[in-house]
Design a protein around this ligand. Sequence first.
Ligand code: TGM
Length: 462
Amino acid sequence: TSEKMSPYENYIEAAPLNFFLTKVFGIPNHYNSSLAVGIKDILSASMGNLISSAQFNYMFDIPWLVQQYPEQFRSKPLLIIHGSQRADKTTLHENAHRYPNITLCQAKLDIMYGTHHSKMMFLLYDNGMRVVIHTANIIHNDWYQKTQGVWISPLFPKLASDQDLSQGDSVTQFRKDLLEYLGAYGTNKHLQEWQETIRQHDMSSAKVFIIGSVPGRHTGASKMKWGHLKLRKVLQEHGPDGSTVKDWPVIGQFSSVGSLGSGPENWLSSEWLESLSTVQANGIVKLSKPKLNLIFPCVENVRRSLEGYPAGASLPYSIKNARKQQYFNTFLHQWRAFSRGRSRASPHIKTYTRISPDAQYLAWFIVTSANLSKAAWGAYEKNNSQLFIRSYEIGVLFVPSKVEENLKLFNVQGVDSSKDSMLFPLPWDVPLTSYTQTDRPWLWDIAYTDKPDSQGNMWCPS
Ligand SMILES: O=C(O)c1ccc(Nc2c(-c3ccccc3O)nc3ccccn23)cc1C(=O)O
């Protein structure tokens, strides 16, 4: 009951979807008090008495990370899973060397241009464990003035030693899918110990699906395990029915864009949109493909942001790719998050959803590390017989019926307050805001010297 739990714990459990944004420095406190967490909140003793933890990520500032743990937890065993190679790996080892409790684990990246992009925490306490899946690097800037997403699991209790380990999975097979994702890293002693720890915990309270990506050319039974085909498989079995979402748009929101091909039919509006517009397979004839709306900051969104143009250092869309795919601009909408006080907190979160035309209902929602790229989501090869993925990614998919039985949709703007609906805290504003005639998507490798940014500076990348 609430009086027993610490105010913070009470607050976490009170958020039925466990989906938070990170606290932003420099916006009214109201927008940081509800459904917002900082890294110190996540690691705080009010979440549990930490025994050990693991941090999966792309970029790490190790001394800064250690300082984010409460003082009494700073010497607990910490496993860092990264994808750094060569000089970056050497730097990481130099920075970790002085912490005897820190062990480094390099995720294998045998495929060119692949990155270890997944952002996840394992937090083992004396009374259970939590899994946190999020979008922020382990550096100060990513937790300071950006919009980032965080899913914090409920506290997963340890299984009694006599309970057989086949117990303790959820209606979304969360634990099975998490173990399968970890299995893809191959044999690493420390990761295998965490797999054993996970097997010993009851994760039946997890209400989200895992949508992961691992590098490889996935065929046969593995083809639907990862990337956009995992999403397609989950939506075929547990997605909305075709009649409900006929003509509902798909929305993608991200902080980086890959090379998508010379036209929308190469990948974006074909295989990728087909997966995101998958409906429950019950024999209805193929529905018309829905409209696709994309959210990516324009130059003005970046210029006016709290950080100014430097926010664009985390929005790595290159002129080289942009030049090849002008059609991409026709899908674009501005970053606006007035409802969350974050219109000026540049987005590093990545979210994907299917929304009703009046923007009142959601059929499903994903928060993930995956940007809009073939590297992250995968691309068909060999006549659709294999899915080629370059990077590690992980995200969670919210499906109404798995969050609450008989719940068919999430509602968005608190209008439909009838009992059988659940409000979903969207990170960005609906209806979407189009680019103006003069707006251009932010590109990080060209100069902007017409107008100074919110800090009075210009942007002159070398
Ligand atoms: O989430 C994101 O939007 C994200 C996007 C890209 C990324 N890595 C990365 C970067 C880069 C970008 C920004 C600062 C440092 C960088 O190295 N340049 C390339 C080039 C090819 C492949 C990957 N590239 C890392 C993240 C991330 O924040 O994890």
